[in-house]
Design a protein around this ligand. Structure first.
Ligand code: SF4
Length: 361
């Protein structure tokens, strides 16, 4: 694949930028390249709902929801693509997809133990855009943008501006990877790494591909779920071009998220040689029942995806209302084990800052 280097590396917008807008995904084109029309998925990103009042109106919610939605939005902005909105039930404030994206007044309450950086990631960032917590693998913040803003996100306060490297900083970050031959896996994260353009991602993956000790490329993403059209020919092109083994870890919390378009997107990824896994978060009011978890695992398998991790909530400020206590989580998983075959069981884990791996509960 031809090398196409962005002039300034990836994107450095203020706070969490707007994916798909002229100021992020399509910004700073290589001046040697003609300007291209945005891909279909980029147009969908640009049209995502970003107004809490519009979100309430589109879902037919009572006006009583508006003040809380506005208050939460002021702390962490609303972002919901139409393709995800279409899977929600109008008029139902308890819809499990809506609950993941609707800001609530509870987000403004300070809760002891809930902090801005619950995983202490700032202490594990040896270079801009790079987080190194676990042996053998390293995480790259490939895009500061997301296609959807999940209210429980443990990076909802992440200083993306400070971690958006310039082109020169990307070169330095890649040098860090080249020098450390204990690294075998590069993980693209964000934000959502697939919010970056395919030109940027192709540039990065080509350089990762050239690091001999790297064996695997892992991508943590929610984009194929919330905008299935993201899995287009351009994406499949740079995936197919790399010698690295490819793993995509999706983030799906509820069976209702998996419609036919998501199943088709998963099939395209599998046909490109990608291993598909899913991680989810145990969320009060979204998926905190045996029935919901069993339905999720069954539906994932129908889409060709294996359940991987079920995370308990990271204690991020603004998300305490999603918490499910550990004892209840263990009880739920014990019940789940009675109704699912072992290969459909996610591992219940907590991420504890400073530990060398996720901690099973
Ligand atoms: S959970 Fe993932 S997709 Fe959702 S806001 Fe956080 S990083 Fe973005």
């Amino acid at each position: 694949m031809a090398s196409v280097a962005p002039r300034e590396g990836f994107i450095a917008p203020p706070r969490r930028p707007v994916a798909g807008s002229a100021s992020s995904v399509t910004a700073r084109p290589d001046e040697t390249q003609p300007l291209q029309a945005p891909a279909a998925w980029q147009s969908q990103l640009a049209r995502a709902i970003r107004d809490p009042a519009e979100l309430c109106r589109r879902l037919g919610l009572d006006d009583a929801w508006r003040p809380g939605a506005e208050a939460g939005h002021a702390l962490f902005e609303v972002r919901v693509p139409e393709a995800f909105l279409a899977r929600m039930r109008p008029g139902d404030p308890d819809d499990p997809l809506l609950r993941q994206v609707l800001p609530l007044g509870e987000e403004t309450a300070a809760t002891p133990g809930y902090v801005a950086d619950p995983l202490a990631e700032a202490e594990h960032s040896p270079a801009r855009g790079l987080i190194h917590k676990y042996a053998g693998r390293v995480l790259l913040i490939a895009s500061p943008a997301c296609a959807v803003n999940c209210r429980y996100c443990f990076r909802r306060h992440f200083p993306y501006t400070e971690n958006a490297p310039s082109r020169a900083q990307w070169d330095a970050t890649l040098d860090t990877l080249r020098r450390d031959d204990t690294l075998h896996e590069a993980i693209l994260s964000g934000g959502d790494p697939l919010a970056a353009s395919d030109r940027q991602l192709g540039w990065l993956v080509e350089r990762l591909d050239a690091i001999p000790h790297l064996r695997r490329l892992r991508i943590h993403t929610r984009l194929p779920v919330v905008i299935p059209d993201r899995v287009d020919d351009a994406l499949l092109g740079w995936l197919a071009a790399t010698r690295l083994q490819k793993v995509v870890v999706l983030h799906i919390n509820h069976a209702q998220e998996i419609d036919q378009a998501v199943i088709d997107a998963c099939a395209r990824l599998k046909n490109a040689g990608v291993t598909l896994l899913n991680q989810s978060v145990l969320l009060r009011g979204v998926n905190d029942s045996i029935d919901a978890q069993a339905a999720l695992s069954e539906r994932l398998f129908e889409a060709g995806v294996l359940p991987y991790y079920l995370h308990v909530l990271d204690p991020v400020a603004g998300a305490a209302h999603f918490d499910v206590p550990d004892d209840e989580a263990r009880e739920l998983v014990a019940g789940l084990r009675k109704v699912l075959p072992g290969f459909l069981m996610p591992t219940l884990v907590r991420e504890i800052p400073g530990e060398g791996s996720k901690t099973p509960l």
